[in-house]
Design a protein around this ligand. Structure first.
Ligand code: NAP
Length: 259
């Protein structure tokens, strides 16, 4: 399918690896020029070079922490005038409700709620001026069904979801569509880290932790980052103009709900 976005320009935050990288690759395959970001400059440049070589699009990189005020300023400066914004950042650490104090919540809110809001606040006006834009926020299945050990994530991402629910309706009249993609378990470094943490907490092996987690997924496996990237590129496409403020689960059926 021709996504109709060749020649557009996208900012994909937190995109040297994992789901962010997969979104960047899928957009590049559709002919979209990119601004990529991650903290580690080496992996970021490797990813950028691979995408330039494979897809022939232009790729700028900004190596910084997108959750910091300085990092956001750098990324926004490099991305001014983009047509597409994919918000992403690392997820908060797992734990128990009694582990977390005010500072832990402020850090999680900064990373997974206030950072994407800051990026939208800065970049939506340019999209509105052009009368076209797409924003995809990478959140989590934990928005629809809590993952108890991810209380910091559950809290911050639900806050972002409430913001998007209203804001997406305010910008839709200008041809700008904001939606959220909710990953369930995908084969990235993040899920490796979570399985390692479960194994240590429960005194079982990494393979046992992984098998137990995967056994609860109706699809019987983790998602592939490429599947996630393709869904993101579709939401950023010309074909997605009537999809507004939605929360789309990519979880292999893991959230057991009718709607
Ligand atoms: P990942 O494989 O660990 O990749 C994270 C990417 O983000 C890396 O490129 C990393 O590079 C970059 N990054 C992390 N923190 C950053 C920061 N503060 N500023 C800039 N770049 C940053 O993670 P993932 O699995 O793709 O997950 C992406 C998001 O989806 C996370 O928020 C995660 O919690 C959420 N999620 C993932 C899953 C899953 O199963 N994978 C499920 C539900 C939700 P640097 O480290 O070099 O900065």
């Amino acid at each position: 399918m021709d996504l109709g976005i060749a020649g557009n320009r996208a900012l994909v935050c937190a995109s040297s690896k994992g789901l962010g990288r997969a979104c960047a690759e899928a957009l590049a395959a559709a002919g979209v020029d990119l601004v990529l970001n991650a903290r580690g400059a080496e992996a970021l440049e490797e990813t950028a070079q691979m995408i330039r070589t494979t897809h022939g699009v232009s790729v700028d990189t900004v190596a910084c922490d997108v959750t910091s005020a300085e990092g956001q300023a750098q990324v926004i400066a490099a991305a001014e005038g983009v047509d597409i914004l994919v918000n992403n950042a690392g997820g908060p650490p797992p734990g128990l409700w009694s582990d977390w104090g005010r500072e832990d919540f402020l850090k999680a809110l900064d990373a997974n709620m206030l950072t994407p809001i800051a990026m939208m606040t800065a970049l939506l006006p340019g999209m509105i001026d052009k009368g076209w834009g797409r924003v995809v926020n990478i959140t989590s299945q934990s928005v629809k069904a809590p993952v108890a050990i991810l209380g910091l994530s559950n809290s911050a991402r639900t806050g972002l979801t409430g913001y998007v629910a209203g804001t997406s309706r305010q910008v839709a009249p200008h041809g700008v569509n904001i939606n959220n993609l909710l990953p369930g378990s995908h084969a990235t470094d993040r899920i490796d880290a979570l399985d390692q943490s479960t194994a240590a907490r429960e005194g079982i092996s990494f393979d046992q932790a992984r098998a137990a987690r995967q056994s609860t997924i109706p699809a019987g496996r983790d998602g592939q980052p490429e599947e996630f990237g393709a869904a993101c590129a579709f939401l950023c496409s010309q074909h997605a103009g009537f999809i507004v403020g939605q929360n789309i689960l990519l979880d292999g059926g893991n959230v057991n709900a009718t709607f």
